[in-house]
Design a binder for this molecule. Structure first.
Ligand SMILES: Cc1cc2nc3c(=O)[nH]c(=O)nc-3n(C[C@H](O)[C@H](O)[C@H](O)COP(=O)(O)OP(=O)(O)OC[C@H]3O[C@@H](n4cnc5c(N)ncnc54)[C@H](O)[C@@H]3O)c2cc1C
Length: 248
């Protein structure tokens, strides 16, 4: 018997995946969403956060998992089908495309890959323990929680300059920790950061350890790569801005 061919398969169930599924469903394409399962996160990254305060339409904010449940309900209302399975391989050489996932194989005329990206971390001691308790990889998401506090930003590229500059809207002081003596960021982004009186720099420096009281981060042990000296810098936030890896 000929295998059924899906018109549209969406891989991923974060905001991008469910938005694609909603539009495909409303175009009567009956999309199948392969939502991921452990170690991937059905519902995407917002499943591991508390308040989302910048999503339009929710003036009081909304919990990440609640928002993603609404995304799912909205896509399902128009006929999207959701399977909480990982896609382990895709064959794109011939049409229809072939997807191999936890529960079997599926053929598809179209595949939308919405598997998100994973932030890169320094992997310093204590970093994992203080994630969401001071350590973050998203200034626009979390900057607001650091009003009048001191924060560190790790990185030397455009993202780090942008995150640092953005954070000055909220924080008292922003210190960029960079492992070299020169920035990789574009000239214009560098200038913007260097000319900002709230931004300082620690050159040739890396975060050795994030320290705190077990509940909240209170500072970081910073190692000077030239002298080897390790010293404590007090800060309530650490924003890691050293890039993202696409989950393709
Ligand atoms: C702790 C935290 C807090 C955040 N807070 C905010 C905030 O307040 N405001 C804001 O604007 N942004 C916030 N963000 C950023 C936001 O979560 C991301 O920008 C957004 O989730 C990206 O959406 P996405 O759909 O592209 O990818 P993701 O949300 O990363 O979703 C990727 C999806 O792909 C699936 N997947 C991956 N690999 C496979 C596979 N092989 N097979 C099947 N499925 C797969 C996963 O299961 C997941 O469903 C936050 C991020 C984090 C980590």
């Amino acid at each position: 018997m000929a295998q059924n061919v899906e018109k549209v398969v969406v891989i991923g169930s974060g905001p991008a995946g469910y938005t694609a599924a909603l539009y495909a469903a409303r175009a009567a394409l009956k999309p199948l969403v392969l939502a991921g399962s452990i170690p991937n996160l059905p519902g995407g990254q917002l499943m591991i956060t508390t308040d989302v305060e910048n999503f339009p339409g929710f003036p009081k904010g909304i919990a990440g998992p609640e928002l993603m449940d609404l995304f799912r309900q909205q896509a399902e209302r128009f006929g999207a089908r959701v399977l909480e399975e990982n896609v382990n391989a895709v064959e794109l050489g011939n049409r229809p495309f072939k997807l191999k996932h936890d529960g079997g194989e599926t053929l598809a005329e179209t595949i939308i890959i919405a598997t998100g990206a994973t932030a890169m971390w320094t992997n310093a001691k204590g970093e994992e323990a203080y994630k969401n308790r001071g350590v973050s990889a998203c200034a626009t998401c979390d900057g607001f929680f650091f009003r009048n506090m001191d924060v560190l930003v790790v990185g030397g590229g455009d993202t780090a300059m942008e995150e640092a500059t953005y954070l000055t809207n909220h924080a008292r002081k922003v210190t960029i920790v960079h492992r070299r003596e020169e920035l990789r960021a574009s000239k214009v982004m560098q200038e913007r950061a260097r000319n900002n009186p709230k931004i300082g720099f620690l050159w040739n420096a890396v975060v050795e350890e994030v320290v705190g009281d077990g509940k909240k981060m209170q500072g970081a042990m910073i190692k000077n790569l030239k002298t080897g000296e390790v010293s404590r810098v007090d800060a309530q936030g650490l924003f890691v801005a050293i890039g993202h890896k696409p989950n393709t």
